[in-house]
Design a protein around this ligand. Structure first.
Ligand SMILES: [Zn+2]
Length: 126
């Protein structure tokens, strides 16, 4: 399993090739990815620009470290939220191409007869 398949496990359901690349590109270039890229560029640039002021205005190394950790946690949450959106966009495309997958949770619905996802309880359109 490649790194991209570990990050986006929905890709395992697709054969490697141009169709998979097209679906991946569509999923990645959603509106949330643009917002995330903007937030990352602005916040990292801001941190670099304000670094000297931050170091001189903050009294102890510990408080500087806490600010850095909070900054990294915030950035990680933004990236995580974007990954959820990319995975959901991938699952929507998989469902549209006839691969039985639960869009909210990603459960493989092959052979499901009940019409209800056993993982999350979502009612699946027939
Ligand atoms: Zn589900």
């Amino acid at each position: 399993m490649s790194l991209i398949e570990k990050i986006l496990p929905e890709l395992i359901l697709l054969e490697p090739g141009p169709e998979r690349q097209r679906m991946l590109a569509y999923a990645i270039y959603g509106p949330r990815t643009g917002i995330t890229a903007f937030i990352m560029v602005v916040s990292v640039t801001g941190l670099f620009v304000l670094w000297d002021k931050l170091v001189t205005s903050i009294p102890s190394t510990w408080s500087l470290l806490i600010i850095l950790v909070l900054f990294l946690i915030g950035l990680g949450m933004v990236i995580w939220y974007t990954r959820l959106d990319i995975r959901r966009r991938l699952r929507t495309q998989l469902a549209q191409t006839g691969i039985p997958i639960c869009i909210p949770c990603g459960y493989n619905l092959t052979g499901n007869k009940s019409g209800v996802c056993p993982e999350c309880g979502t009612i699946i359109a027939p």
